[in-house]
Design a protein around this ligand. Structure first.
Ligand code: SF4
Length: 379
């Protein structure tokens, strides 16, 4: 079987900053055209990086890709086709914000061959949306999804956030129910985290707001799992749910350890043996790309790191991992370590074993999976 790889574009621009967000992005529009040119050059510089593997997924993330013009998106897409071998029917995803979507934009995206949209919806409750400093309200989110459907999209994902201060179970249930009435195919749901430097982190420090108690967070996670399962969604990764056949191929590639090239400031890349990450600074990125040097840092992965990463990604998915995969990739010593630790974890019901010696963490424990996986890791 041919190996496939992905391309990720980081579009580092947002109209305004949301209260919880620590992703790298700028609210200044002055550098957009410079960044697009630099990203095209980076695509050319990375031509050999994926070792001629065929591209089966392309992903525009950010920041807010829908903030820049459709023309800029098409220029980037054309540069991929010009420099890489792309499979016949690639999954092409674009992240959008509800306030950017109109019928003309949606139709133009569709005409480019973009076939998957991921919308930063976060909630269908207007008070929560205000607290998050989102630029849209629930009505706008619903309208935008209808526009996307009318424009031809039949693979739509939305992001939701739970574990928010003052988010009651009732409001959370209503948000999930609102999502389910929209006939979308995919939901990514994340627990709010208070990242340093964000507005909500400062509010937490000054006791203006209070984090939810752990039990309440677990409750909201359980509500999410139950409601989506009852509506035919498959829970295929800790934060991701989809109708059958609508898993995100791009993200699944990450979790399966496939190669990908990340383009743009702060984007990460992986070639099977090393990881590299671009500078999170627009000026330094532009200068580095111009000089063809100094725009990224790189780390070669040791066998221990590769083993740990594989466990960290796979045990948060419903695929789990087999002892054969451990042996084939890492050999006898790693397998012995794995099986010794697995035995301790199965004794306390933290790991389930299915047929073919496949090991996995139960869905209800994914929420606390960090501690379980740490026990299996090799230092
Ligand atoms: S959450 Fe999205 S839209 Fe909001 S600031 Fe972060 S990247 Fe921009």
């Amino acid at each position: 079987m041919l190996s496939m790889a992905g391309i990720y574009f980081h579009i580092p621009f947002c109209k305004t900053r949301c209260s919880y967000c620590d992703f790298f992005s700028s609210v200044s529009e002055t550098d957009i055209s410079k960044i697009i040119k630099a990203e095209i050059k980076e695509l050319e510089l990375k031509k050999e990086y994926l070792n001629n593997e065929i591209i089966n997924t392309i992903y525009f993330g950010g920041g807010t890709p829908s903030f820049i013009s459709e023309k800029d998106i098409s220029v980037l897409l054309n540069a991929v086709y010009k420099n890489y071998k792309v499979c016949d029917n690639p999954e092409i995803t674009i992240e959008v914000n509800p306030d950017d979507i109109n019928i003309q934009k949606a139709k133009t995206y569709f005409s480019f061959g973009i076939n998957r949209v991921s919308m930063g919806t976060q909630s269908f409750n207007d008070d929560i949306l205000k607290f998050l400093d989102r630029r849209h309200d629930s009505k706008q989110a619903i309208n935008s999804i209808e526009i996307l459907k009318k424009s031809g999209f039949n693979n739509i994902s939305i992001d939701l956030i739970y574990g928010i201060p003052n988010l009651t179970n009732k409001v959370w249930e209503k948000t999930i129910e609102a999502a389910l009435t929209l006939n979308i195919q995919h939901i990514s749901a994340y627990h709010l985290s208070f990242e340093k430097g964000t507005k909500i982190h400062n509010q937490l420090k000054t006791k203006e707001i209070f984090a939810l108690h752990d039990d309440e967070s677990v409750n909201q996670y359980n509500i999410l799992c139950k409601k989506l399962k009852n509506n035919s969604f498959e829970h295929y990764e800790i934060s991701n749910f989809s109708l059958p056949e609508f898993n995100s191929k791009h993200n699944s590639n990450y979790w399966q350890g496939k190669k990908y090239a990340g383009i743009g400031p702060s984007a990460h890349s992986f070639d099977g043996n090393s990881r590299q990450w671009n500078v999170s600074n627009i000026e330094k990125y532009l200068t580095g790309i111009y000089l063809e040097a100094g725009y990224y840092e790189k780390e070669n992965l040791s066998l221990n790191q590769k083993y740990n990463e594989l466990l960290l990604t796979r045990l948060r998915t419903n695929k789990g991992i087999t002892d054969k995969e451990i042996f084939d990739n890492f050999g006898e010593i790693f397998l012995t370590h794995f099986l010794t630790e697995i035995k301790l974890l199965t004794n306390c019901n933290k790991i389930k074993i299915t047929n073919n010696n496949n090991y996995g963490i139960s869905e209800e424990d994914w929420f606390i999976s960090d501690g379980i996986i740490a026990q299996l890791c090799k230092i």
